[in-house]
Design a protein around this ligand. Structure first.
Ligand code: A3P
Length: 304
C-alpha cells in the first residue's frame, strides 16, 4: 500500500515535470511558428530573415551613406549594425546570423553591410552557401583617398604618419610601397573582386563609386533600386546638402526633419606629401585598370 502510493507519487511528479517542460518549449517556439506561418500565408506579421542584399565593402568607400540611403525605400529593412558574420570565426561558428537581422514585413528586402567581407578570403563561398542568388553591392572610392581615410579611422591616433605606413623606405623617397599594409591591400580592388567573381556572376554585383554617390545620390540610388528589383521611390527630393557637414543628408518624406551621418564620417584628412600620393597613384594604376576591366566601367580616378 505504502509502496504503491510512493510509485504513484513518482509517476505524478515525472508527468508534471514532463508536462511543464513541454509547456515551456511550446511557449518558446509558438511565437516563432506563428510569425513564420503568418508570413508564409500572408498574415503580414514581421519576421527576421537572412539578408537579400549585402553591401560587402569596401571599408571607407561610402558604405554607411549607401546603406542609409537605401533605407529610405519603404520596401527595405536594414541591419543597422555591421554584422561581420561571415568573416569572423566566432560569429560564424555560432550560426546565429538571422538573429542579428531586423524584423521585416513580407515583401520587404533585408540589407546588411559589413565592409570587411570584401577582403575576407572565406566570405564569398560562405555567402554563396546560404544564398547563391543574393545581390551584392560594392562601394569603391579612389584608392589613395580610401587608404588615407582608412588611416584616419584606424591609425592616426597612434602618432604615426600615413607616409610612414604606406612606404617601406624610411628615408622619405617614397619608392617602395608597403603592399603588406592593410590600407594598401584593401584599395587593391581587382585582387579582391577576382575572388568574388570566382564564386558569383558579375551580374550579381553592383559597383557604386563614392564620388558618384556624393555628387548624385538620387541617380546612384536609382541604379540600386533597379538592381534590387525595387519599385522606383527614392528621388532628388530625399536629399539635401548640409553646409555644416559638407555632405548630402537625407529625409524619408516631407515631414521628416532630416538625418546626416555622424561625426565619425567626413573626418579631416592629413596633408600627405604630393610625391607619396603620386607614387601610390602609379602603384594603383595597373590594379585600377584590371578592376575597370572586371566591372566594365572606367572611373575617373587620377593616375598621377
Ligand atoms: P571620410 O570620412 O574619409 O570623408 P564608410 O561609411 O564606408 O566608412 O565611408 C566613409 C566615407 O563616406 C567618408 O569618408 C565620406 O567621404 C563618404 N561619404 C559619402 N557620402 C557621405 C555622406 N552623405 N555623409 C558622410 N560621408 C559620406
Amino acid at each position: 500500500m505504502f509502496r504503491g502510493r510512493g510509485s504513484f507519487l513518482v509517476v505524478l511528479i515525472s508527468s508534471v515535470t514532463v508536462f511543464l517542460t513541454l509547456l515551456q518549449i511550446y511557449l518558446k517556439v509558438a511565437p516563432n511558428l506563428r510569425r513564420r506561418y503568418a508570413n508564409e500565408f500572408g498574415g503580414g506579421e514581421k519576421i527576421r530573415k537572412l539578408p537579400d542584399c549585402i553591401i560587402i565593402g569596401a571599408k571607407k568607400g561610402g558604405t554607411r551613406a549607401l546603406l542609409e540611403f537605401i533605407n529610405i525605400h519603404p520596401d527595405v529593412e536594414i541591419s543597422p549594425f555591421e554584422v561581420h558574420f561571415f568573416n569572423m570565426e566566432r560569429q560564424y561558428s555560432r550560426g546565429l546570423h538571422w538573429s542579428q537581422m531586423p524584423l521585416a514585413a513580407p515583401g520587404q528586402l533585408v540589407v546588411e553591410k559589413s565592409p570587411n567581407y570584401f577582403v575576407s578570403r572565406d566570405t564569398p563561398g560562405r555567402i554563396f552557401e546560404i544564398n547563391k542568388d543574393i545581390k551584392l553591392v560594392l562601394a569603391v572610392r579612389e584608392p589613395v583617398e580610401r587608404a588615407i581615410s582608412d588611416f584616419v579611422q584606424s591609425y592616426q591616433r597612434h602618432n604615426l604618419t600615413f607616409e610612414r605606413l604606406a612606404f617601406k623606405d624610411g628615408d622619405g623617397t617614397f619608392e617602395s610601397v608597403n603592399t603588406a599594409w592593410s590600407a594598401i591591400k584593401t584599395s587593391s580592388y581587382a585582387r579582391h573582386l577576382e575572388r568574388w567573381l570566382e564564386v558569383f556572376p558579375r551580374a550579381q554585383i553592383l559597383v557604386v563609386e563614392c564620388g558618384d554617390l556624393t555628387a548624385d545620390p538620387a541617380g546612384q540610388l536609382r541604379r540600386v533600386e533597379r538592381f534590387l528589383g525595387l519599385r522606383p521611390h527614392i528621388s532628388q527630393q530625399n536629399f539635401f546638402f548640409s553646409r555644416q557637414k559638407g555632405f548630402m543628408c537625407w529625409r524619408r518624406g516631407p515631414d521628416d526633419p532630416g538625418h546626416c551621418l555622424g561625426d565619425r564620417k567626413g573626418l579631416k584628412h592629413p596633408e600627405v606629401h604630393p610625391a607619396a600620393v603620386a607614387r601610390l597613384r602609379r602603384h594603383f594604376s595597373a590594379l585600377n585598370k584590371r578592376f575597370f576591366e572586371l566591372v566594365g566601367t572606367e572611373f575617373n580616378w587620377p593616375q598621377q
